[in-house]
Ligand binder design. Structure first.
Ligand code: ACO
Length: 319
């Protein structure tokens, strides 16, 4: 038994913030941001929008594409670092909004590698027969954990959600997944604050050593993709579409180069979405599926890396 991706969906908040708009409130410029990261704009959630609202809209699209009724959803896994609340999980809140009940529902906290983690876990549960189907979502509202006065971080991120539905399959589908973590790097990329006795103790904002993240990300993304290809006994040249975590165009280009893949085989949305953390891979995937680039029989390689550090890859044969 395998699992296959039967449908994809996405949701972006209506409000678009361009680099020029940001440059009116922090000391930066469109030229600096675009040259260093490839980012031109990001979507930002409204004050009354929640992560589960974005997840719900993306899930409805994915369920419609898969032909699965909301009430028939079994497993729900939401990858997020920006949940609606400390508990219950965003997955449980999403389950109630969808009108589903009874199946397992939980969040995965692996930051920007969260979607790959969630996909690997859900694939294992569908494959083993533990669940009938799975809704796997990456959803984030990073705008709420950014210090909008810190030009070193606020220009990099955006809000959004992407979702996929996994159904059982006899062949193809998810061919191999690999997950990794190394907690020794925990201080390089973090939101160190925690809630204590009714107040936030420590900073509630994203902190990052950009140079360290850059070097680490380029190495482990390519390594994870290569290990996943080895498990599936396929060469890198078999990859039709590389769908990397959309953190930074320079990291993505370097990853494609290390895999000897031409840039035109990489899906890029970082220019329009910025870094949406756990949502970035399913958002990019949904774009490439809906515009007809990803077709039946194609091999799609998803690779992600995030705070922790966490990283991993998933190789899927489409159709
Ligand atoms: N606008 C203008 N100038 C800026 C900005 C900005 N938004 N941010 C920093 N600068 C300045 C710095 O203050 C510094 O000025 P100085 O020389 O006077 O001190 C100068 O630009 C160079 O700063 P660096 O940090 O060295 O710039 P760098 O070329 O390394 O680019 C960046 C910074 C884009 C963050 C880069 O390190 C990077 O891409 N790192 C990867 C981080 C990343 O992608 N994080 C996403 C989250 S992690 C993840 O998803 C895995």
């Amino acid at each position: 038994m395998r699992s296959r991706v039967a449908g994809t969906g996405s949701c972006l908040p209506a409000r678009v913030v361009t680099n020029d708009e940001l440059a009116r409130s922090v000391d930066t410029s469109d030229a600096w941001i675009a040259a260093r990261t490839g980012i031109r704009q990001r979507h930002v959630a409204a004050d009354d929008e929640t992560t589960s609202d974005l997840a719900l809209a993306a899930s409805r699209e994915a369920l419609a594409a898969a032909g699965l009724a909301s009430s028939d959803v079994d497993l729900i896994v939401v990858a997020t670092t920006t949940p609606d609340m400390i508990f219950p999980s965003t997955a449980c809140i999403l389950q109630a909004k969808l009108g589903a009940r009874g199946g397992p529902a939980f969040d995965v906290q692996a930051v920007c590698a969260g979607f790959v983690y969630a996909l690997a876990i859900a694939d294992g549960m569908v494959r083993s027969g533990a669940v009938r189907n799975a809704l796997v979502v990456g959803a984030e509202i990073y705008s709420r954990i950014l210090d909008w006065r810190d030009r070193g971080t606020c220009v990099l991120f955006g809000d959004g959600a992407g979702a996929v539905v996994l159904l059982p399959a006899q062949e193809g589908g998810v061919l191999a997944t690999k997950l990794y973590a190394d907690g020794h790097h925990k201080d390089i990329l973090c939101v160190p604050g925690s809630v204590r006795s009714g107040a936030v103790s420590g900073s509630p904002f994203v902190h990052m050593d950009g140079g360290h993240v850059f070097k680490f990300a380029v190495k482990v993304l390519a390594d994870a993709a290569e290990a996943t290809l080895a498990e599936a006994t396929l060469p890198a040249s078999a990859v039709d579409w590389l769908v990397p975590h959309q953190a930074n165009l320079r990291i993505m280009d370097a990853t494609a180069r290390r895999l000897h893949l031409p840039p035109e085989r990489m899906v890029v949305t970082v220019d329009r979405h910025a870094n949406t953390s756990a949502a970035s891979i399913p958002l990019a995937l949904d774009c490439a599926v809906r515009d007809g680039r990803v077709r039946a029989g194609h091999h799609v390689m998803m690779v992600g890396v995030g705070g922790g550090f966490t990283w991993g890859a998933a190789l899927v044969r489409w159709g």
